[in-house]
Design a protein around this ligand. Structure first.
Ligand SMILES: Cc1ncc(COP(=O)(O)O)c(C=O)c1O
Length: 385
């Protein structure tokens, strides 16, 4: 008799052999620009906590108070016993930040994408997605049963051709794109996407996971950054990055949100967001409004680091994500190890997550000049031969 699970061991071996093996790193301090790993103090360039809010005392206090008032769990799906006034207050705050009619919060950004895409399209429909899109958009597209075509990264001519060739064969069409691409840090050409969506009568969903709280004058995201109309735009995002909490959201028209409340399986058949996470995200949105200097610091840091690292093989970026391209997975892993020894925590990102290996640096509003300078010095030492 052969063991039906034997293939797993072989598969793991292959993963090791090609340097694609992944494992977790335990952080034993509060999140922030400086963290501790196994007692070693490191400068953190691996976090999505762009505004430094995940360890903020006010978010922590709000979470504790919400837990004391409402308990640790929401105890049921939102449509049954899991709805609290806090959820609605957060949804109104998100709609206000995004300048949309309404919003809906999900248990994670990943689930927001899966639930929204599968609710909007089915077998008779078409999805066109950027080939660098986040896994949650790609898997949402596959799960929906719609015909799913990918266009070249930010390649508007390719998208236009694919629309021209295919649009009329399908009932509905949904275009999907990250607004800030998570592994490169570049932006989608949003005004072009909006104009194509209008010309070809398509719905358009953008993933604002890395844009929320970061892009645009008030932190509303890429629609604000590009100053474009996009009245019918479906804007999805996460509460887990610049908002320092956990959960996802979709913001858009009142009708869209009402429809999702009735059709998005990953919202209907799952427990409502915990009171602690909801309260933390709500407090973060207040802080984003009241403390624009956080975003100003972030952009000051991004500009400084981009200028000082221009000598390396920087992947073109317009966000708080900066990547240095490297020859292969092994070089990326070795450099990440060296950096860690020297007090810098930054992950090696390798295939299959991305087509080419790189070190990815996430800049935070709370990085000091000294933190940035240390990174630059260590990169110069290790990358200039
Ligand atoms: C572009 C993008 N979309 C969606 C997600 C998923 O968000 P969450 O972590 O809230 O599930 C992420 C985060 O990893 C992301 O980077």
């Amino acid at each position: 008799m052969t063991n039906p699970y034997q293939w797993i061991e072989k598969s793991l071996l292959t993963i090791h052999q090609v340097n694609w093996y992944r494992s977790v790193t335990t952080i034993d301090s509060l999140p922030g620009a400086e963290i501790s790993i196994n007692g070693q103090k490191l400068i953190n360039f691996a976090s999505n906590d762009y505004l430094g809010l995940a360890g903020d005392k006010r978010l922590i206090k709000a979470s504790i108070e919400a837990t004391q008032k409402y308990g640790t769990g929401s105890t049921g799906s939102r449509l049954l016993s899991g709805h609290r006034d806090l959820h609605q207050t957060l949804e109104k705050a998100i709609a206000n930040l995004k300048q949309t009619e309404d919003a809906l919060i999900f248990s994670s950004g990943y689930l927001a994408n899966l639930g929204t895409i599968t609710a909007l399209v089915g077998q008779k429909d078409l999805i066109l997605g950027d080939n660098y899109n986040h896994s949650s958009l790609k898997n949402g597209a596959k799960l929906s049963g719609a015909t799913y075509l990918e266009y070249g990264h930010n390649n508007i001519a390719d998208l236009h051709n694919k629309l021209q060739e295919n649009r009329q064969k399908y009932r509905r069409c949904l275009m999907v794109s990250d607004s800030v691409f998570s592994m490169d840090g570049d932006l989608c050409p949003l005004p072009d996407l909006i104009s194509l969506a209008e010309s070809f009568e398509c719905m358009l969903l953008i993933d604002e996971a890395h844009a929320t709280g970061v892009m645009g004058k008030t932190g509303a995201g890429c629609r604000e950054y590009f100053d474009c109309d996009g009245e019918n735009l479906i804007q999805m995002g996460t509460l887990s990055k610049a908002l320092g909490s956990l959960g996802g959201y979709v913001a858009g028209s009142g009708k869209l949100i009402d429809f999702l409340r009735n059709r998005a399986a990953t919202w209907i058949y799952t427990t409502g967001l915990s009171p602690a996470d909801t309260a933390a995200a709500l407090t973060a949105i207040d802080i984003i409004k009241e403390e624009p200097q956080r975003r100003e610091n972030l952009w000051h840091n991004v500009t400084f680091l981009r200028e000082k690292t221009a000598q390396f093989n920087l992947i073109s970026s317009n966000s708080a994500i900066l990547c240095v391209g490297l020859a292969n997975a092994e070089t990326a892993l070795n450099l990440a190890k060296t950096l860690k020894k020297e007090g810098i925590f930054a992950p090696a990102i390798r295939p299959p997550t991305v087509p080419t290996s790189r070190l990815r640096f996430s800049v935070m509003a709370t990085h000091t000049l000294n933190h940035l300078q240390q990174l630059i010095t260590i990169l110069e030492k290790n990358l200039i031969t």
